[in-house]
Write a protein that binds this ligand. Structure first.
Ligand SMILES: [Zn+2]
Ligand SMILES: [Zn+2]
Length: 301
């Protein structure tokens, strides 16, 4: 008869976990490693350490506003709306158990499945403890490879760049360096292998991190140049592609319509002219790009 060992579940403090460090099975050691990481972050609000550990694991820090039932950091307890007038069954002011009371809250790093009414804290506590600002600053100060969602405090330093594998030639390529093609309805998608051209490509679990293109000196220079140039004021727009955050377009915006003057790809270090001719603007931007090592191409993607 095969004898299996009985397994016990237990809750331990960090100090107790440290005693077991290196002496337990793989699964338990994983929990100890996470605990050590969280303790290393050192935020006094434990949930901030947990949020950051999760962000390190997934390579992303995200959050969204969410209705929550209670907040663990203040006096917002689970409750219900009250009856506003008396009925044969209830008195005015009694709790109406059919109508749960929700508070404005925030949930970090939510996955695909979410639980109604559950979040990390209320908006007031998030603001009071500067949770987002301190998490974003920590990620910057320690150069953690995490893509932070857009926010008013600081831009993300890195973007997560998924890796694809080609079924034909076996080459692995980051999404930003793939051959992109227009999607059926709108936008673009990473369609083919840049090495052999095969469209048999598959997204892997792996990812690389690229510097946020917005922070590149050439992008900052172009923004500045276009912004302070009397000639371009109000007639030129500069924007980043939504699905390809490394593709920028300089657009002429006139009463007669709009047209692309120049487009460039910060990861492929390429630029190309658009259909709209404005030599002054084109030359200014091209000069900055050439100085940063970009190559002119007939097409970008
Ligand atoms: Zn709260
Ligand atoms: Zn290939």
């Amino acid at each position: 008869m095969e004898v299996t060992q009985k397994l016990y579940s237990v809750k331990l403090t960090y100090e107790e976990l440290k005693i077991l460090d290196g002496k337990v099975n793989e699964e338990a050691q994983k929990i100890i490693e996470i605990a050590k990481m969280e303790a290393g972050f050192g935020f006094e609000l434990h949930v901030m350490n947990e949020i950051l550990a999760k962000a390190v694991e997934t390579g992303r820090l995200t959050w969204r506003l969410k209705q929550i039932r209670s907040c663990p950091y203040c006096d917002k307890k689970r409750t219900y709306h009250t009856y506003t007038r008396s009925t044969p069954y209830h008195s005015k002011g009694d709790l109406n158990y059919n109508r749960p009371y929700y508070y404005g809250g925030i949930a970090f790093n939510e996955g695909f499945f979410t639980i109604k009414g559950v979040g990390d804290m209320c908006i007031e506590c998030c603001k009071l403890h500067h949770v987002i600002e301190r998490l974003v600053d920590y990620i910057w100060d320690h150069d953690l490879k995490i893509e932070v969602q857009e926010n008013d405090h600081r831009p993300t330093k890195y973007l997560k760049d998924s890796v694809y594998v080609c079924q034909e030639c076996g080459t692995e390529t980051a999404e930003s360096k793939m051959v992109w093609k227009p999607a059926v309805f709108q936008g673009w998608y990473p369609a083919a292998c840049p090495h052999c051209g095969s469209e048999k490509v598959e997204k892997t679990e792996k990812a690389e991190f690229i510097l946020n293109p917005e922070l590149l000196p050439e992008v900052e220079l172009i923004r500045k140049d276009l912004g302070f140039n009397e000639h371009t004021k109000g007639t030129i727009r500069f924007f980043k592609n939504r699905s390809m955050p490394y593709v920028f377009t300089v657009l002429a915006d006139s009463p007669f319509g709009e047209g692309t003057i120049i487009r460039f790809h910060t990861e492929k270090k390429q630029y190309t002219n658009g259909s709209w001719s404005d030599e002054t603007v084109f030359d200014r931007v091209a000069k900055i790009l050439e100085a940063a090592g970009y190559e002119r191409k007939e097409f970008l993607i």
